[in-house]
Design a protein around this ligand. Structure first.
Ligand SMILES: C[S@@+](CC[C@H](N)C(=O)[O-])C[C@H]1O[C@@H](n2cnc3c(N)ncnc32)[C@H](O)[C@@H]1O
Length: 273
C-alpha cells in the first residue's frame, strides 16, 4: 500500500483505500462519472474514459498525461488504447516514486513537475499529439498557466481533453471562495466558459466542445462517500485525510443542489501554425 494515512496531509493526498473500498483500485483519485457506475474505481475510470473518447485516442499517438496521480489512468491508456509513446507529469513526489518503483514506469517517462511548464523549456516542446488531464486543471495557478502548458506540449493539430471546474454566471459568495481556496483551487484557475475559450484562443488553442457533467459527477461522489463513511470504523472516520474527503463530499452535495460551479470536459485543438 503506497498511501499512508498520517495526520500530515498534503492538500492533494487522499486515503485511496478508504475511498475505493477493499480490493478496489485505490490509485484513482477523481470525482468520478457516476451514471451506471457500481463503485468508486469504476466511476473514476468512466470519467477518464470520457477524456479518451473526446480525443478518439489511438495507439500511435504520443500522449502526455498531466497530473497523473498514482497512474491508474496511465495504465488504462496503455491497456485499453495500446498507447506506447507517453509521458506523465505529477506534482506529488510519492506518486512519481510509486509509478517508477512499484508500477515499473520508466523514470524517463514521468516527471515530478507542476503544470507551469512554461516557466522552463521542456525537452518535449511541441511533441505530443494528445494531452489528457483528468480532474486537475483547476489546480493550476491560473487558466493562462494551464493553457500555456497545453500549447507548449501539443504539436500543431494536436488535441487536449481536460476536465475542470467552471464558474457559473452567479457571483461567488465569500465563504465559498475561502472553501475553494482551501481545496487548492486558485482564483485565477476558475473562470467562465467564455473566459476559458478566450484564454485558450489567445494561445492558439480552439475549443471544439465543452460537455457539462456536473449532474453526473457531484451527487454521485457525495453519495459514494456517505456510503463508505458508514462502513468505516471510528478511527478511519476521524482521520484527518478522511475528514478532508468528507468535506469535499459535502461541498459536492452543495454544488449538486446549487449551481455555483459547473464541471466541464473540454476538448481543445492546437491550431496549425
Ligand atoms: C483530483 S487528483 C486527479 C488525479 C488523477 N488525474 C486521477 O484521475 O486519479 C488531482 C491531481 O492533481 C495534482 N496536482 C495538483 N496541483 C498540481 C500542479 N500544480 N501541477 C501538477 N499536478 C498537480 C495532484 O497531485 C493530484 O494528483
Amino acid at each position: 500500500m503506497a498511501f499512508t494515512d498520517t495526520q500530515q496531509v498534503s492538500p492533494f493526498d487522499i486515503p485511496g483505500q478508504l475511498l475505493a473500498g477493499p480490493g478496489a483500485d485505490w490509485r484513482w483519485n477523481n470525482l468520478g462519472y457516476w451514471p451506471g457506475a457500481s463503485c468508486y474505481a469504476s466511476a473514476c475510470q468512466q470519467l477518464a474514459l470520457l477524456h479518451a473518447d473526446v480525443l478518439s485516442l489511438q495507439s500511435q499517438q504520443r500522449l502526455l498525461e498531466l497530473a497523473c496521480g498514482y497512474g491508474a489512468g496511465l495504465e488504462l491508456w496503455q491497456r485499453a488504447f495500446g498507447i506506447t509513446d507517453y509521458h506523465a507529469l505529477e506534482l506529488r513526489q510519492q506518486c512519481v516514486d510509486h509509478l517508477v518503483n512499484r508500477q515499473g514506469v520508466p523514470a524517463a517517462r514521468v516527471s515530478q513537475r507542476s503544470f507551469a511548464l512554461c516557466k522552463g523549456t521542456p525537452p518535449w516542446q511541441g511533441w505530443f499529439d494528445a494531452v489528457i488531464c483528468v480532474d486537475a486543471a483547476y489546480h493550476a495557478p491560473s487558466v493562462a498557466d494551464f493553457a500555456d502548458t497545453l500549447t507548449q506540449a501539443l504539436a500543431p493539430g494536436g488535441a487536449a481533453a481536460f476536465s475542470t471546474l467552471l464558474k457559473a454566471h452567479s457571483a461567488e459568495p465569500f465563504w465559498h471562495q475561502q472553501l475553494r481556496r482551501m481545496a487548492g483551487i486558485p482564483d485565477a484557475s476558475l473562470v467562465t466558459e467564455a473566459d476559458l475559450r478566450q484564454t485558450l484562443a489567445a494561445r492558439g488553442l480552439e475549443v471544439m466542445s465543452v460537455q457539462y457533467l456536473e449532474h453526473a459527477v457531484f451527487k454521485g461522489f457525495s453519495d459514494w462517500v456517505s456510503q463508505r463513511h458508514d462502513m468505516l470504523d471510528w478511527r478511519q472516520r476521524t482521520s484527518l485525510s478522511w475528514l478532508k474527503v468528507l468535506a469535499t463530499a459535502r461541498w459536492c452535495r452543495y454544488l449538486s443542489q446549487r449551481p455555483l460551479l459547473r464541471y466541464g470536459l473540454v476538448h481543445a485543438v492546437r491550431v496549425e501554425a
